[in-house]
Design a protein around this ligand. Structure first.
Ligand code: HEC
Length: 119
């Protein structure tokens, strides 16, 4: 009797640990891979006109993240911006098609968008 009572807490803990384990997996799958996002931005030549925290020909990505903070359409807007090549206006007034991201998959695009929005 005594033995069984003693055994219970550890069994309960083991059961809890097993139950919690699957919960950790999706959280990791959604985490932003900053290194991969930066590598993709480099391959796509984005840094020619952008930097994380300083304005170049295009806005600093930190400013983009700040501008879109709390906007529930931010993810969709940036995904569209980076996959459709919209006409954008430069400081000197000329317009040209914004470059399209050279992503291999929608997941890569999402990772980069999430990374920019997390800045
Ligand atoms: C030739 C210069 C140039 C290159 C290269 C470039 N951009 Fe831009 N980008 C701009 C300009 C200019 C704007 C501002 C557009 C505006 O405000 O209308 C902009 C805007 C943006 C925005 C903000 C969009 C918004 O809705 O506020 C993001 C995010 C962005 N670029 C990401 C990227 C990524 C990722 C790449 C690489 C695929 C890239 N840019 C390559 C010039 C560039």
């Amino acid at each position: 009797m005594n033995n069984r009572l003693n055994a219970r807490p550890s069994k309960l803990l083991a059961a809890l640990a097993l139950a919690a384990a699957p919960l950790l997996i999706p959280a990791e799958a959604f985490a932003v891979d900053a290194a991969a996002a930066q590598a993709l931005a480099r391959q796509s030549n984005c840094f020619k006109c952008h930097a994380v925290d300083k304005k170049k020909e295009g806005p600093a990505w930190k400013d983009v993240a700040a501008k879109l903070k709390g906007n529930k359409d931010a993810q969709a807007m940036l995904t569209k911006h980076l996959t459709t090549g919209p006409k954008v206006k430069f400081e000197d007034g000329h317009t040209e098609d914004h470059p399209i991201l050279k992503a291999k998959s929608p997941e890569d695009t999402k990772n980069l968008v999430d990374w920019i929005l997390s800045l």
